[in-house]
Ligand binder design. Structure first.
Ligand code: NAP
Ligand code: 3JM
Length: 351
């Protein structure tokens, strides 16, 4: 059989909340894909998935699954990435990893194309896709940093349950139904699958995403802090975060307070900087009640910014509200965008 021209792409975690969006995103974009390999655990192996009109059978992920693969998109949890990403690299693939396994490794570029695409040139086989909450925030921080200088970031998040996977979405829906029907509930997934206690997510807000560290911050909060500094090449930047899970299915929201270096920056100048930046849609017209909301962000690749206003006490302080589809720009779209950048920069070549 004659070999088709194009890339052999693999998706690891193809049956998950992120993996499904990766397949949907790949089918909308025009990366030249000649073969798509879909991988999961043995539980879902055998499932049929449609891609551009073709049925593809999901297979169990094994080291040999990566023979001949050019680009492997991983989103099956950190342990799977630790086990299988090196196996994929050994077989010649470039890995774009969606887990936290390699993000802070100094040999691994952590990339949001609108911010630090050039870092891809330093890749040694594995490229990390940042945490969803980090990605949407740095897309908005970068143009501000470039034009006005950035000296401080304080963020509180309002994160959707889909960030915690398919089981968390199901738990929120079933709990909502049960509570409305006056039934007892038994939380079993959120806030963290493997942690000691589980709490109600329906009609509630849980100030814990991922496990706690000894310093009182959760890992999710530390991901936002450390990853922001790495992506923006600003190890000196003060960043603090509070991450909260709310009963929204998809779309993360963030209330962000920043301080800039330059004096006298106006709200209009801030809006102008954001409006003209790549990947951002400005939705900011309080008179007409225009501002970003998670329900409007679903299915869209952009980061939406609004509610921009000056702090009342600090002339260099600004507040804003940043919203994006956590499964798209926060995960699947950013990964596919990285794959497109790899081609654009000639790091991966089509055979
Ligand atoms: P999910 O809905 O629970 O899906 C998990 C996926 O991983 C499923 O396809 C599952 O396959 C697969 N999987 C589980 N164990 C496996 C194994 N031993 N070998 C191969 N595949 C296995 O979770 P999700 O929300 O899609 O998230 C998946 C991962 O992506 C997360 O754990 C996280 O590390 C990462 N993530 C990153 C971001 C980000 O911010 N960039 C956001 C969300 C998630 P089965 O169907 O066979 O179980
Ligand atoms: C988002 O390894 C795991 O169990 C996955 C935990 C997880 C992560 C992570 O740490 O990779 C769930 C949801 C993320 C993430 O993107 O950081």
């Amino acid at each position: 059989m004659e070999e088709k021209q194009g890339l052999h792409v693999a998706v690891v975690g193809a049956t998950g909340a992120v993996g499904q969006q990766m397949i949907a995103t790949l089918s909308k974009r025009d990366l030249p894909i000649s073969q798509l390999t879909l991988l999961s655990s043995s539980r879902s192996a055998g499932t049929q998935v449609k891609f551009k009109g073709q049925d593809i059978t999901v297979q169990e992920a094994k080291p040999e699954s990566f023979e001949g693969v050019d680009i492997a998109l991983f989103s099956a949890g950190g342990n799977i990435s630790l086990q299988l990403a090196p196996e994929a690299v050994k077989r010649g693939a470039i890995v774009v990893d969606n887990t936290s396994a390699y993000r802070m490794d100094k040999n691994v570029p952590l990339v949001v194309p609108e911010v630090n695409e050039e870092d891809l040139k330093e890749q040694q086989g594995i490229i990390a896709n940042p945490n969803c909450s980090t990605i949407q925030m740095v897309v908005a921080l970068e143009p501000i940093s470039q034009q006005f200088g950035l000296t401080k970031v304080l963020v509180s998040t309002y994160q959707a349950v889909s960030g915690s996977g398919a089981a968390a979405i199901a738990e929120m829906k079933e709990q909502s139904r049960a509570l409305l029907d006056g039934e007892e509930i038994t939380p079993a997934v959120l806030p963290v699958k493997g942690d000691k206690k589980h709490y109600q997510i329906a009609f509630n807000a849980i100030p814990q995403i991922d496990k706690f560290q000894d310093n009182g911050y959760t890992f999710e909060e530390m991901k936002m802090i450390n990853e922001t500094k790495k992506i923006m090449h600003r190890s000196d930047l003060p960043v603090a975060a509070t991450c909260v899970r709310i009963p929204v299915e998809t779309g993360h929201s963030e209330s962000v307070y920043i301080e800039v270096e330059k004096e006298g920056v106006t709200v209009e100048q801030m809006k102008e900087a954001l409006k003209n930046a790549p990947g951002i849609v400005l939705q900011d017209d309080p008179q007409h009640q225009v501002y970003p909301m998670p329900a409007d962000s679903v299915g869209k690749n952009e980061v939406f910014v609004g509610r921009i206003r000056k702090d009342l006490d600090n002339d260099r302080g600004f507040h804003m509200w940043i919203v994006s589809d956590n499964l798209l720009k926060g995960a699947a779209w950013n990964s596919v965008q990285i794959a497109e950048s790899l081609l654009k920069l000639d790091i991966v070549k089509v055979k």
